[in-house]
Design a protein. Structure first.
Length: 223
């Protein structure tokens, strides 16, 4: 009987500790910041170099904290990507700017720092899908200026307008007022080949984006 009583007591204590960690709450927030972006071109007919370009992102987030150490975060970002490009075989240079509505779904692991700590480090990773809102080219071709939409008949950039990628990174949540300041660094790795040209089917075109972001979130509910 004593063994049974001890086992039951241990089980109840375990449930109590686990239940205390299940702090389910919903937070809403905003974020924005710097994008370092580059589009890579590999395996095509023409050899193409690309440069990193400075762009930006801005948007909102919703986080569901399922545990003291774990959360799921959904974001909606207006984000600009693209790169400067130089064709080696032709006398041309230009810049492509891609604007997306991007939806990351992230698993967030919070690093424990002790009760009452103002700083909470976190790591996150998850899939992302991006829907093109705009594509624009500007530069020069054989000395003539180019400033056109990618769908302009004179340009006709054949591409897929939905991108799929993997976003991962880490940062800090700093308790401030009723919420927390968010400081994050992340990498958005494009996984889908955006080339949709039958004239150059071996060309692989992918987005690569390094992001530095600041934001603020506040708890709006829980149970």
């Amino acid at each position: 009987m004593n063994k049974i009583g001890t086992a039951v007591t241990a089980l109840l204590l375990t449930i109590a500790v686990t239940d205390s960690a299940l702090t389910q709450q919903v937070s809403l927030g905003v974020r924005g910041g710097f994008n370092g972006t580059k589009v890579t071109y590999e395996g095509g007919i023409e050899e193409l170099n690309t440069n990193w370009e400075s762009n930006f992102h801005v948007g909102g987030l919703a986080r569901l904290d399922l545990h003291d150490l774990f959360a799921v975060q959904l974001e909606a970002l207006y984000t600009r990507k693209g790169s400067g490009s130089v064709w080696r075989m032709d006398p041309a240079e230009g810049k492509v700017t891609l604007t997306y509505l991007e939806i990351p779904v992230l698993a967030v692991l919070k690093v424990p720092t002790g009760s009452g700590a103002r700083l909470t480090p976190h790591l996150f990773a998850g899939p992302t899908v991006a829907f093109e809102l705009d594509c624009h080219l500007n530069g020069s071709w054989f000395g003539s200026p180019i400033d056109a939409d990618c769908d302009d008949p004179d340009v006709d950039v054949q591409r897929k307008t939905t991108d799929i990628g993997l976003l991962f990174g880490g940062g800090l949540a700093i308790a401030a007022g009723p919420g927390a300041i968010l400081l994050d660094a992340m990498y958005d790795l494009g996984l889908r080949n955006l080339n949709d040209s039958s004239d150059d089917p071996n060309l692989t075109v992918k987005n690569n984006t390094f992001m530095v972001s600041a934001g603020y979130s506040i708890v709006v509910g829980g149970w």
